[in-house]
Structures are given as C-alpha cells and as structure tokens.
Design a protein around this ligand. Structure first.
Ligand SMILES: [Ca+2]
Length: 294
C-alpha cells in the first residue's frame, strides 16, 4: 500500500493511502480514502448538514480490562471539516463539572447535539458546545448509538438489548428489544438497527406494535456496529471484526463489500457532499471516502 503524508490545518497529519478502489457495488463505489490521524479511539462520526462539519466522538481508551466503557471523564469530541481536516481536536472536552467519559453514538435534535456516554445521555448546544445536560435512563448499562426522528431521540443499549425513546423532559420508554443492539438510524420515518452479537439488520416499528423484522442476512457478517441509509435506499453497515464496510441493496437481498479497513465503528454520511466518514476505533483514525454513484 502506498502512503504519502502531508500536514493539514492545525498541524494534523493526513495520510493518503493508495488503496485500489473496488468496482461499483450495489450502485455505489468509493474513491481513495483520506485517513485522518490524531484521534483517540474514535467511535462515531456525525455529519452536520447545517455547518458542513463532522463531529467525531473520541472514547480515549482507558487502561485495564474496560478500555471503552470506563467512567473516567477522559472522553471528548473532535470537529472535522467535510474534507476531514481537523478544525478542533478537542471541540468539546469534559471538566470536573461537565464530565464526558466515553462518548459513542451521536445525533442532532433541534439545536442540541446528543451523545451516548456509558450509562448516561449527554446533550449540548451544538453551535458552541455549551449548556451541557445529562439524562440517566433507568437501568442503562452500555448505551451505544443514537438516532432522532425530529421529535425524540433514541438510544440503543447493547447489554440490555433495549432501544429506548427519550422525550425532551427525559421520560424514557422501550420501543424494541434486540439482543446486543448496536447501530441505529432513521430513514424516511423508519428505524433500522443492527445487532453486534447476532450480526443481523432489523427494521424497527417505532410504534412498538410489531417485533423487529430481521433482514435474514446474518450469515454475511461477523459483528455489526454502524448503519446508515443512502438516498436510493441502499444500506451501509460496518462489520467491526470483519474489517469491512458493506452495502446492502435496498431490496435487502444483496450484500457486498464496499471497502476494507480495520475496526470500522459508527459511520457517518454526507449526502450533499457524497462522502462517508468511518472511524477506526482501534487505530485512532477516521477514513473519509468519496462515495461514487455508478
Ligand atoms: Ca456503535
């Protein structure tokens, strides 16, 4: 693999890898990625369509046998430009009064940015990161990904298997149970979720009337982490231990590998810029791929 290095804004080191782009798959392919270094156990990338920036949650792995779920107050969020240049490595860092432990999935609702943080949900005003508020959902153990339908926020708990709906006043209710649920996304009013341990994708009925409906694709994956949906209905999922970003056709039948990379976690998508942002949790980088429609 050929690599070259340049110094980006704020002294950030950017590595361009010479990966050969695979052929177009399920209507989509990716170009050569920009690899953004200088991050610390990045778990989630969230593109903000209003500003064109990308939020990255940095867990900052702890010492010992609980590196990614420690209540150690060491986590922070970084702010990238759409092209991956780091604007602020520590855009939002906790302090003694406003602690951030190990931030993972994020979402936007109104003027607030939400993040899952172990057993807590943390939200801040996303323009400037002020007015930090905390909600502690009852019984939460390992809160992982978040999504919003424009009215509520939702969070997955990978240990309890619950998908929770959180109202503005903090009221919490369970809308689905999926063993080892990890990534969530809402597309055109429909929620989709992935299970890490069952390595399956589900359509979730937000009314809670129907059981989650599996796609029947578990045999294709090892451990699933993130999920997004493109404008044509194609799904993007990350297979963390499989080291792959995959497309799933809109008819839910065909799985193909879009790109290979180590430990891809909760990816973000910019539909306007046709870019995908994929954190590599264990190598402390984010891969920024141009997304190419066939
Ligand atoms: Ca995740």
């Amino acid at each position: 693999m050929d690599t070259s290095t340049v110094i980006g804004a704020c002294g950030t080191v950017l590595l361009w890898t010479g990966c050969t782009a695979p052929p177009a798959i399920n209507g989509w392919s990716v170009g050569e990625p920009t690899v953004v270094a200088g991050l610390s156990a990045p778990e989630c990338c969230l593109f903000d369509p209003a500003s064109g920036n990308v939020f990255v949650s940095n867990i900052v792995a702890a010492e010992g046998d609980n590196p990614y779920w420690s209540d150690d107050g060491a986590g922070h969020l970084s702010l990238l430009g759409a092209d991956g240049v780091v604007h602020q490595e520590k855009w939002l860092a906790g302090d003694a009064e406003n602690v951030i432990h190990a931030p993972k999935g994020m979402c936007l609702l109104g003027n607030r940015l939400w993040m899952a943080d172990n057993t807590r949900l943390v939200s801040v005003r996303y323009g400037d990161g002020t007015d930090l508020r905390v909600i502690s959902p009852p019984g939460a153990v390992h809160l992982n990904d978040m999504a919003s339908d424009g009215t509520h926020v939702y969070v997955s708990d990978t240990t309890t298997g619950k998908v929770l709906r959180i109202a503005e006043d903090g009221r919490t209710e369970t809308v689905a149970n999926i063993e080892a649920v990890n990534g969530l996304t809402i597309h055109d009013g429909t929620m989709f979720a992935v299970s890490w341990g069952l390595h399956e994708i589900y359509e979730v009925d937000l009314s809670g009337q129907r059981e989650p409906r599996p796609f029947g694709l578990a045999e294709h994956f090892t451990t699933l982490d993130g999920i997004e949906v493109l404008k044509d209905g194609t799904f993007l999922v990350t297979d963390f231990e499989g080291g792959r970003i995959c497309t799933v056709s809109a008819d839910r039948k065909t799985v193909e590998t879009l790109a290979l990379m180590p430990t891809p976690a909760d990816l973000g998508v910019s539909r306007s810029n046709s870019m995908i942002y994929v954190p590599s949790l264990k190598t402390d980088v984010v891969h920024v791929f141009p997304l190419i429609a066939r």
